[in-house]
Design a protein around this ligand. Structure first.
Ligand SMILES: [Zn+2]
Length: 92
C-alpha cells in the first residue's frame, strides 16, 4: 500500500477518537449500539491507550454494580466526575 495512503488511513482510523471521545461513546459500546466504524476506532484506540482500557473496565464494573447502564445519558455532573477521575488516571 502507498505509504501516504496508509498513513492517511491510519490517522483516519486512529486519529478520530480522542480519549474524551471514547468517554462519550462508551455507553454506546456497552449497550452494543455502537456503529461498526466507531467500534473499529474504539477498539483501535483501546489497543493503544491503557487509560481508556482502565476506563472501560471501570464502566463495566459500574454496569455490573448497577445491574444496568444509567437510565439516561450520563448527567453532566456525573460525566464531569468521571472525566475528572479519568484525568487523574492519566497523571497517575
Ligand atoms: Zn484513550
Amino acid at each position: 500500500m502507498d505509504k501516504n495512503l496508509k498513513e492517511h488511513l491510519m490517522s483516519y482510523l486512529l486519529g478520530r477518537l480522542s480519549c474524551q471521545d471514547v468517554a462519550e461513546i462508551i455507553t454506546e459500546y456497552l449497550e452494543g449500539a455502537m456503529s461498526l466504524s466507531n467500534r473499529i476506532r474504539f477498539h483501535m484506540h483501546l489497543g493503544m491507550c491503557r487509560d481508556c482500557r482502565n476506563y472501560l473496565e471501570q464502566m463495566k464494573a459500574t454496569v455490573q454494580t448497577l445491574g444496568k447502564l444509567p437510565p439516561e445519558p450520563i448527567s453532566p455532573h456525573v460525566r464531569e466526575e468521571l472525566l475528572r477521575r479519568f484525568q487523574h488516571w492519566k497523571k497517575g
